[in-house]
Ligand binder design. Structure first.
Ligand SMILES: NC(=O)c1ccc[n+]([C@@H]2O[C@H](COP(=O)([O-])OP(=O)(O)OC[C@H]3O[C@@H](n4cnc5c(N)ncnc54)[C@H](O)[C@@H]3O)[C@@H](O)[C@H]2O)c1
Length: 125
């Protein structure tokens, strides 16, 4: 299977990539490295701010999307409240239309709440 990990260079993405690649899957990571280091394992890595990237071909060409990109961490958010909130809102606004366009399962972990987006994009927490 082909997986797309948005924010895949972070904590969860790194562990998830290891697991998926150990199982023989292909993993494309898109991450701006704003709070992460360049990942060591991947099939393809794109260093970019997701908010400024045309995601069409990436979402179209994968089977499953994990939407992990976010500004997280109490101390970080406390220090930069408006920029972290802006990043998270703009990420949602930018990514969700691509997820709606293609009929695949997508998983998203946002703001410490686990959400699963099903095929009709109903959100369950
Ligand atoms: N780590 C946990 O224990 C935990 C628990 C529950 C939920 N979550 C949620 O899971 C998600 C991922 O958590 P994590 O711990 O891996 O966080 P993380 O900060 O390690 O990873 C987030 C990644 O998103 C990237 N990113 C942020 N803004 C970006 C942008 N505009 N463009 C491209 N990349 C961008 C960062 O560089 C980083 O690599 C978050 O939504 C978090 O709230 C995490």
């Amino acid at each position: 299977m082909k997986y797309l990990l948005l924010g895949g260079a972070g904590f969860i993405g790194t562990h998830l990539t290891n697991r998926l690649m150990d199982e023989g899957h292909e993993v494309t990571i898109i991450d701006s490295l704003v709070t992460a280091r360049e990942p060591k394992r991947f099939t393809e890595f794109v260093n970019a701010d997701i908010r400024e990237l045309d995601l069409d071909q990436y979402v179209r060409d994968c089977d499953i999307v994990y939407f992990l990109s976010a500004s997280v961490g109490v101390a970080h958010i406390d220090k930069n409240p408006s920029s972290t909130l802006k990043n998270n809102i703009e990420l949602m606004q930018h990514v969700i239309p691509y997820l709606e366009k293609y009929n695949r399962r997508k998983y998203s972990h946002l703001h410490q709440k686990y959400m699963v987006m099903d095929l009709s994009l109903k959100l369950t927490h």
